[in-house]
Design a protein around this ligand. Sequence first.
Ligand code: FES
Length: 58
Amino acid sequence: MAKVVIHSIADGPNEVLVDGRPVAYLCRCGGSSRKPYCDGTHKRAGFKAPEAYVNVLE
Ligand code: FES
């Protein structure tokens, strides 16, 4: 089974990793015009949030 990890990038989006490879960047600042995907708005908005890792499936 594939290993799926959500990596919350510090001050940025949720990076979805499948078997160690990034497959999507999901907005967590709420400002993207391309939801659910990140469009870089978090940088202009000054979004601040800590880095974190969550294992979803292994
Ligand atoms: S996290 Fe990048 S636009 Fe929201």
